[in-house]
Design a protein around this ligand. Structure first.
Ligand code: ATP
Length: 248
């Protein structure tokens, strides 16, 4: 398939406060219709990179101090997170952050209002989310706080899909979840990508897993891209295996 450039991150540096350099120099590209993995150990700068793209660093007193972020060829570094959502970029935060007292359906619907949609539009988007995540339809009247970790991750993704994104930034979707559930979630991501053309940039510590689902991957090390390539290339290189994938 021919993937056109969607997102381009050029030499981005990001700081927390005055001096904590969380991202030193990151350049990466997400082409339309692709799944890209952002790999690296704890603290390598994955979360900071995603938040730099979606302009969510502010609340943690972080900022992009150098470099450029392009969306479909246009510089978007000065757009707010909600303006970026309107353009088609949405982030699913690490740790899910569902509203525990609201039902599964209320949580999903909360993602839809960003676009000021009509009621029909909202219903249609909700139906689509239930088609992707049949489990959520079964649990739609359950308080989100009472669902499993895997279901909460699905709610978080479903809520993001309500904004009808072109690109979803997913932070550590496997965190704290049983392997069987993680696989179920990644299979849904793959179908969303192949059937709906939604692109994904997925930060993952579980590199072996992410490389099975990604087209392309970047490996971060102390805030820099140490290696990048197609998922196939990276997963078959011995050095990558030994140094970054735990040798297993
Ligand atoms: P994780 O898997 O823990 O999310 P990560 O690869 O996503 O790791 P980041 O969370 O981006 O890494 O962190 C990169 C660096 O920035 C780390 O050294 C971290 O301690 C630091 N850092 C992250 N958030 C903040 C913050 N709000 N204030 C100060 N330093 C921070």
């Amino acid at each position: 398939r021919d993937h056109q450039g969607l997102l381009e991150v050029r030499n981005v540096e990001a700081l927390y406060g005055q001096a904590i350099l969380a991202v030193r120099d990151v350049s990466l590209e997400v082409r339309e219709g692709s799944v890209v993995a952002l790999l690296g150990a704890n603290g390598a700068g994955k979360t900071t990179t995603l938040k730099a793209i979606s302009n969510l660093l502010g609340p943690a007193r972080g900022r992009v101090s150098r470099g450029e972020i392009l969306w479909q060829g246009e510089s978007v570094g000065n757009l707010s997170a909600s303006e970026l959502v309107a353009r088609g970029i949405v982030q699913v935060l690490e740790g899910r952050h569902v509203f525990p007292q609201l039902t599964v359906e209320e949580n999903i619907l909360s993602g839809g209002f960003v676009r000021r949609p009509s009621r029909i539009d909202l219903k249609d988007s909700l139906e689509k989310v239930y088609t992707w995540f049949p489990r959520l339809r079964d649990k739609r009247t359950t308080k989100a706080g009472l669902t499993s970790g895997g279901e909460q991750q699905m709610v978080a993704i479903g809520r993001a899909l309500m904004t009808r994104p072109k690109l979803v930034l997913l932070d550590e979707p496997s965190m704290g979840l049983a392997p069987i559930i993680v696989q179920e979630i990644f299979e849904i991501i793959r179908s969303l990508n192949t059937e709906s053309g939604v692109s994904f940039l997925i930060a993952e510590q579980n590199a072996n897993l992410a490389l099975r689902y990604a087209h392309h991957a970047y490996i971060l090390e102390t805030g820099r891209v140490a290696l990048s390539g197609t998922a196939e290339e990276l997963s078959t290189r011995d050095d990558v295996h030994d140094f970054y994938l735990g040798g297993s």
